[in-house]
Design a protein around this ligand. Structure first.
Ligand code: NI
Length: 186
């Protein structure tokens, strides 16, 4: 399966609402395996189908244990996901996006969510998530509704090029760790 080109901010497919997928859609297995390859090649931890030019409600993601209290969430493919917040608490943290390369900014998200999705076999899964896990799912889900993280920011003052933040921190004798999702929290 090929590595696919990643759509960048401005592309219409990233603005449109993606459509529900039919589990019998014969293109789904090939789409999912291409998405996994594309995500790996870009060192991402999540990818939504609109980011590879496909306007369908399909998302893949994983969460490394180091950012989830030691619990690895393996690569998960979600079809037609639905999210509901658990409680009203939100928190801000750094995010970045393969469709907005180079930039990073602080984004408020629900701290705890319940999410529901179907897998390729038609099975429905219901999970609860907190913290970074909840953040990744909300970020990827937003791609299905035409939302990119800068549209969620309430204070644009933190929007920055990651390498500039890193270089200035280095000049001050500090270290900022960056990954594809933005600044790695301490
Ligand atoms: Ni993104």
């Amino acid at each position: 399966m090929p590595v696919l080109p990643i759509s960048r901010m401005g592309a219409q497919v990233l603005r449109d609402r993606a459509v529900e997928v039919d589990l019998a859609d014969p293109t789904l297995p090939a789409l999912l395996s291409s998405m996994v390859e594309t995500m790996d090649a870009a060192h991402g931890i999540g990818l939504a189908a609109p980011q590879v030019g496909v306007g369908k409600r399909v998302v893949i993601f994983f969460v490394p244990g180091a950012r989830n209290d030691g619990v690895d969430i393996p690569v998960t493919a979600m079809l037609n996901p639905v999210i509901e917040p658990l409680g009203s608490e939100q928190a801000e943290d750094w995010e970045a996006c393969l469709s907005v390369p180079g930039l990073t900014g602080r984004v408020p998200r629900w701290t705890a969510i319940r999410y529901t999705f179907q897998d390729l076999n038609g099975q429905t899964h219901v999970r609860e998530a907190q913290g970074f896990h909840a953040r990744v799912v909300q970020h990827e889900f937003d791609h299905l509704d035409g939302m990119l993280y800068p549209m969620r920011m309430t204070n644009m003052a933190s929007l920055a090029f990651g390498d500039v933040l890193q270089a200035e921190a280095k000049a001050r004798g500090q270290v900022i760790e960056l990954d594809e999702e933005g600044i790695v929290p301490e």
